[in-house]
Ligand binder design. Structure first.
Ligand code: GLN
Length: 304
C-alpha cells in the first residue's frame, strides 16, 4: 500500500477543514500554542514511517502520558492495581468528579484524571524516583534521549489545577490516595507536561502494536497479556465520553490529550500519532479524529 500517497490526500483534504473548538484555556501555557498546527506520523511494523505537516514538532502530550504510567503501574504494582481503579468506561468528561461516591473512591478507569491520579499514587509508592523512571522509560521505548518534561507547562497546570487538587483530596478522604496529595499532583502534572512529536509518540506506541516489544531493539517491556489489556482500555476508555464515537469512526484503540495529540494503534500493523490543537467540547482534537477516520477508511486498516 502506498501510505505516503494516502497521507498526502488526507493532508490536502483537511487543509481547510474547520475544526471549530478551542485550545484549552485552563492550562494557560497550552492556550499559547498556535491553533493551526497539523501533523501526522504513521509508524509501520516493518520500521518504515510516513508523515506530513508538523509531524516533527514537539507538543504537550498531556493525557496520552496516562498510557505510559498505566504501563509502569502494571509492571510494578501487579494485579493489585485493579483493586484501586476499575476498567469501565465512565461516560463522563475526563476531569469529572462524579462516580467516586462508592465507599472507597475507586475511579471508573485509569484514563480519566481520577484514575490516573491513583496510578500516579501507586507509582510514587512503588518507585524511588517516579519522575526519573518515567522519563527514562519513555526515552527507552522511543529510542530517543532528547525527550523531556516541559517545566513551564507543569508549573502552569500546578497553578491552575483546581479540579485535580479537588480530585486527589476527595479520593484521599476516601482512602484511595496513600501518599501526600501534593506529591501525587506534582508527579501527575509532570507526566502530563512531557513534550513529544508525532514521530516520537508513534514510535513509542509501537510497543502496543508489537506485543510489548520495542521495535528497534526487540526488548520486551510489557507482557503480551498486559499489552492486550492496555489496548482494550484504550479502546473503551481512551476518549472519555467520546470513546464510542472514536471507536465508531476510527476503529482503533487510542488515547487523546488536551495538547491536541491523539495516538492510535493497529496491533501487528502500525501506530499513528496526529496533532491539531483545537479541541471539541469533549476535550479531543476534532481535526485529529477526522484525520484518523480518513486514514482507516482510505487504507481499510482498522481493527474491525
Ligand atoms: N493535564 C490535563 C488535566 O489534568 C490532562 C487532561 C487531558 O489531556 N485530557 O486536566
Amino acid at each position: 500500500m502506498n501510505y505516503q500517497a494516502i497521507l498526502n490526500v488526507i493532508e490536502k483534504e483537511l487543509a481547510n477543514f474547520d475544526a471549530g473548538g478551542k485550545v484549552p484555556t485552563y492550562i494557560p501555557e497550552l492556550a499559547k500554542v498556535p491553533a493551526n498546527k497539523f501533523g501526522l506520523n504513521l509508524y509501520c511494523q516493518n520500521g518504515e514511517h510516513f508523515n506530513f505537516g508538523d509531524y516533527d514538532e514537539l507538543f504537550s502530550i498531556q493525557s496520552i502520558s496516562k498510557v505510559f504510567t498505566l504501563t509502569l503501574a502494571k509492571k510494578f504494582g501487579g494485579k493489585k492495581i485493579w483493586d484501586r481503579v476499575d476498567v469501565e468506561p465512565s461516560g463522563d468528561p475526563f476531569n469529572s468528579l462524579l462516580q467516586l461516591e462508592n465507599e472507597k473512591g475507586i475511579p471508573r478507569n485509569p484514563f480519566i484524571n481520577a484514575g490516573s491520579l491513583v496510578i500516579a499514587d501507586i507509582l510514587i509508592s512503588e518507585l524511588e524516583n517516579p519522575k526519573k523512571y518515567l522519563l527514562e522509560f519513555v526515552r527507552k521505548i522511543s529510542n530517543d534521549q532528547t525527550i523531556n518534561y516541559d517545566e513551564s507547562v507543569a508549573a502552569s497546570e500546578k497553578e491552575n489545577g483546581y479540579r485535580n487538587i479537588a480530585l486527589v483530596n476527595y479520593m484521599k478522604s476516601l482512602g484511595n490516595i496513600k501518599n501526600n496529595a501534593e506529591d501525587v499532583l506534582d508527579f501527575y502534572f509532570y507526566q502530563c507536561s512531557l513534550k513529544m512529536s508525532c514521530y516520537q509518540l508513534s514510535k513509542a506506541f509501537m510497543i502496543f502494536a508489537n506485543k510489548g516489544k520495542i521495535l528497534s531493539t526487540g526488548e520486551k517491556v510489557i507482557t503480551t497479556n498486559n499489552t492486550k489489556r492496555i489496548n482494550a482500555i484504550m479502546q473503551t476508555c481512551g476518549f472519555y465520553d467520546e470513546a464510542g464515537e472514536f471507536s465508531f469512526r476510527v476503529g482503533l484503540p487510542g488515547k487523546s490529550g488536551v495538547g491536541g495529540g491523539i495516538v492510535a494503534v493497529h496491533p501487528g500493523q502500525y501506530s499513528v500519532a496526529v496533532w491539531s490543537p483545537l479541541l471539541n467540547e469533549k476535550g479531543n482534537s476534532e481535526k485529529g479524529m477526522k484525520a484518523l477516520e480518513e486514514l482507516t477508511s482510505l487504507t481499510g486498516l482498522s481493527i474491525f
